[in-house]
Write a protein that binds this ligand. Sequence first.
Ligand code: SF4
Length: 424
Amino acid sequence: MSAAGALADIPVTLERGQREVFCGLTGIVWLHRKMQDAFFLVVGSRTCAHLLQSAAGVMIFSEPRFATAIMQEKDLAGLSDANEELDRIVHRLLDRRPDVRTLFLVGSCPSEVIKLDLGRAAERLGQAHLGRVKVLNYSGSGIETTFTEGEDACLEAMVRAAPVADAAASGLVVVGTLPDVVEDQLERLLADSGIADAAGGLTFFPPRRAETIPPIGPGTRFLLAQPFLNATRRALLERGATHVPALFPFGIEGTSAWLHAAADAVGVAHERVEAVTRAPIARARKAIAHYRPQLEGKRVWFMPDSQLEIPLARFLRDECGAELLEIGVPYLDRKTMVGELGVLPEGSRIVEGQDVDRQLDRLREERPDLTVCGLGLANPLESEGMTTKWSIELVFTPVHGFEQAGDLAELFARPLQRRGALKV
Ligand code: SF4
């Protein structure tokens, strides 16, 4: 089926009901690691602070680059001026942390409930600290965002703040937070194949230093590296940039197709891409082959969580021989997912949104060999004898590109091995 056909044809069941998924604050855990000069100040409650601390639990910093400005009951009751308090906290923070060049004010459920205008606060504080720090804002609240939508909201805010590129300037931007090691590998492949030069330059977004946001304009082409960047994609299009639709760079097929789509967009011959990818593909094949016997024929179920579900399901089916029972996604933007929908087989069961009880009823009836789900659902399902994989691990672990394809297969194979060992 052609990609354009799939855009219209793949049936998607919509479900609305109770959801089991993290809020967008979670993204701060990987965003703050990526942008070394940024600070994320959540304007929220003790619950928000606990969520962040437990999500980032294993990392101990003497000077962390995220914090929560805790709103007290009197703020929530409108008895104090939350803006004044916020300004005080920000001034104190910036005095103490001269290394911070970009400050993100991150909205939460409590700040939304009292309608604290963080857009205006960012403007006010940006003016007050002009030349010293850039202040941006976005929402990570559980009312507005789920899990990976926090990164989408953050990057959308950065696109809106990006300098405007000259009409004549061209360049390729890879969009989506990637671990540095993965970014380096993809950068090498894009450079060695001649794609970076043919495009007129290559940048990664977000950059490692938030103050160096690349200029974006009509000559910008962008490739998405993460499948959850729907609002960011739209903001880039509004700037006049051109989306290069492609599979996402998971597994051999995804990474190859991603590179070939970039090559097509900038007029580089496929032979050049093939020449630089031959060796990494051979390594990836060998690494996946090690885990394939454990995954072949296994019936897999994805609960909606990270928005990585569709490309990961494609990898499991096409490269590891798994059978897909249900692919749940929290949201589906068909334009972002156009390449992936084009290669899913007819009859794939995609469910957008969540009514967790109904979904669990179906799951219990079909009893998959492996369920990919959020932390909250994993323990109850394990206690019912089912095997689960935490979807959050797939977001926190480097899984993109050829060199990580074996690790990606291993992440799915490991719980099956563990269950097998328990049975023995
Ligand atoms: Fe909970 Fe909302 Fe804070 Fe997220 S933003 S931790 S959902 S209160």
